[in-house]
Structure formats: C-alpha cells, structure tokens
Design a binder for this molecule. Sequence first.
Ligand code: ZN
Ligand code: ZN
Length: 474
Amino acid sequence: MRRLVTVGAGALLLLTGFVASSLLGRAGDGPVPTVDPVQESQETEYETDPEVIESVMTGGVPVGRWKEGLMFEGISPQPWLRSAANWLPGTEEVQPDEMRITFMGSAPMLRPGQMNTSIYIELGNGDTFIFDMGEGAVANYLGAGVAINQLNDIFLSHLHVDHFGSLPWVYAFGAWAGRWHEPFRITGPSGRTEKDGVAYMVEGMKQMMHWHREAFSVFPTGWEIEVNEFDFRDAGGTAYEKNGVKVIHWPASHAKDGASGYRLDWNGLSFCFTGDTRPNTLDIEYCKGVDVMITETQPEVISISSGVQGVPPFVGRYTVDTHHTPAYAAGYIFNQVQPRIAMATHMPFDPYVNAETIAEVRVHWKGPFHFGAPDMVVVNVTKDQIWVRDGVIPDYPNVRAPNAEASIALYGGLVVPVPKYQREDLQGQFIRDAEIDPDLYYPDGYHPVLMPRWPTDKPLFIPEDKVPESMRSN
Ligand SMILES: [Zn+2]
Ligand SMILES: [Zn+2]
C-alpha cells in the first residue's frame, strides 16, 4: 500500500520548528500531516529509525537551526505574519510592541509602481505618522486600506514637490471624507525667509485651492490646518512629542536652507529618515544606534541613467553633487550609524541601479541592507526581529469609508457638520434652470427620492450604535 502524504503549506515555512518539535523531543504544536489513503496492490516498507530521520531532516543545519549565507541575526519573519513573502491589506494587526514601516512612494520620478516619496509609520499604540507625502503616494495609502481622514500627522522633509505633491488632494478629500473634528496637521522646517517655510507653502496651497474649498463647502467639511513650523537650524530640536512618541529633526544639506532629516523614537524602537541630502555628519549624529535607517541613494551610474531617465549627464552629476547622497556615502554613513537595518530609497528601482547600489553600499557597510523601493515595501520591526516584505495591493481597491472614531471619542457619536453653502450660494440660477428634468430620464416605476439640498441647517448627530460598521476601526 502506498500512502500519499500532504503537508499544509505553512509547514514548509515552519520546517525548522517542525524539526525541532517533532524530532528533537520538544513539546510543540507543529503542523500535523494529513494522510489520504490510496489503495495500491503492493505494501511499502517505511524507514522509521528516529536517528536516520533526524539525520535527514537536520542535515546541513548548523547548531540546530538554519542560518545560511549572509543572512543576519534578527533578520527573520515574526511568527504572526500571515505570509513571510507578502503583506496584504487588512490581514495583520500591528502588534503592541511593533513598529510597521511602509514605503508608499519611493522615487523622485513618477511611474507606475513608484510614486513620489512617502513613508508611513504605524505604531503598536495606534498612532500613525506620514513622512513626506509625494505626488501619487495617496493611491498606495488608499490601496492599503487607510481611510482618507486618517491621512494626518504629516512631516515634510523639505518642499521639493516630489515630497509634498499629494497634500492638496488629501487636504480637500479628507475635508470631505470625515476629517471634520480635528485639524489637518502638517509639520515641517522653516526656511531662510518666511516665504521659504512650510507655513507659507500651506497658505499658498489654501489660495491655490480657493475654488475647490468653496465648491466642496456645499458638503459637510472641515478645513482647519494646524501647521507646526520648526526652526530648521535647531539641530536635534523636537518636532513632536506626545503619547510616548518623540520626533526630532536636524538640517539636511540639500542645496537650500530649509531641508530636514527626522528621527522617531517610541517604546524602545526607532527609525530615522534623512530626507534628500548630501551625506553629512548630522545624519550620523542623530541616527546613531537607530533600528531602521532610511536614506536616499544615488549610485555612480550617471551616464547610463541619463539614457534611461532622460537627464543629461552633466545635469545628473551636478544634481547629485549638490543635492544627494552617493551610494558609497550611504554605506559609509550606515557603517558609522550601525543601524539594525539600513534602507535605500528615492531612486528608480531598476536592476542596473540596484546591482550597482548594493556593490557601492557594501564597500563600507556589511550589515543588513534592503531597498525601500519599489512602492509597498513593508518593514515589520520588533525588539528582536526585523523583516522586509513586498506589500501587495489591488489595482482597483475600494476606498475605505471615513473613520468615525475621532468624532465618537469627542461626542459619543458621529457629528456631521452643517455645510457652509447650498448650491444657490455658489451657482447662478440660470445654470440650474438648464438642467434636464429628472422625470425625462428616470423611467416609469423608478424615481429615487432626490436630495438636491442638504436637508438640515443643524449638525447631524448619529449615536454610536447607529454608526455604520464600515466607519469603525477594525
Ligand atoms: Zn526628492
Ligand atoms: Zn529634494
């Protein structure tokens, strides 16, 4: 008789544990093979000698565990990850002592798969932070299941548009989609003059969006922006401190005053992000000993890249030498900082760039290294382990409903504000007179109750037990 033995898919990932628990005599709850009996005419004689089985199952395992090649201590998947290869939206809670970092945008040039720079930080205490909000990155946040009104607490490294281009969209659609009871909070550096600081940019954005803000004010909306502009010169100054989370900043060298690097510390975990910068000693000083260090890198492939990206070589060289971090320098800095893992972002994720980047980084840095690119690279960070995976989001995800928790915490229910305007406040009657009578296009037997005016001049109060489940935190 031949037996067909099938082992659950998870068993291969857990092989080490399986070997340890099943063969080395430890108590374990490893996977149990399921057996499908298949009748055959001949009996099979099985090898059952435990010593032979153990020698097969543990062959090549040094000191009782797998450790191969150049993998590093502590770089391994945490046990609660649903897949060691991929992160999928809505499948894993951030653990109480975990920091999760997701690259929602990873390049200065926009292309499918690489939006402009944005790094999302989720902490085990429920707090979330966004470092830079480059053009297009919002699509990845929505694909990852983040509600629009939860895109908040944004820290800008500097005001090149590839680092804040999504702000107008998030400002306007967040105002519409439930950010009604808390301001849109933006933190960033001052500049050499008042016009060079983040507060001036925000005022300019409001002006640029005058028409849009007025138009959207026929809806319940919230337009308040809280700007926290810090002195860019104040190296090591505190940009944020609340709820056990501290963010400090320092000046970056990026051709113009008013660019910054950041470090966030919480619960014994930390990450730093240099922003765009020439390699400098302040990055070493303030990132020292960090768990995850993220910097930009530009490898020495200027002339090849000119053909790929359309940048003339002399412009490319000049751009790097006045603004950016060569990959050799990134490796040098990593080696000074000694992070638990070093990450490179803000570059095209192309094979020729990647191979060169790794080779250059490795000249000085021999420790754990991974690309913070392309988009949706997910980093799980705990005290003992760090693991980097490819996040997978649908091409056509649904947008999550607004999250009502902030309102419920404040009022015990969802308060929907009164719109500032009705249509007649913003639009000439002659235009509405030209609208086609709905009776002409709705067929007999189908006529929805239309809502051409917001039906009340009072704020709505929806008690907590009536708030739709889709608007609650999951
Ligand atoms: Zn940039
Ligand atoms: Zn820049």
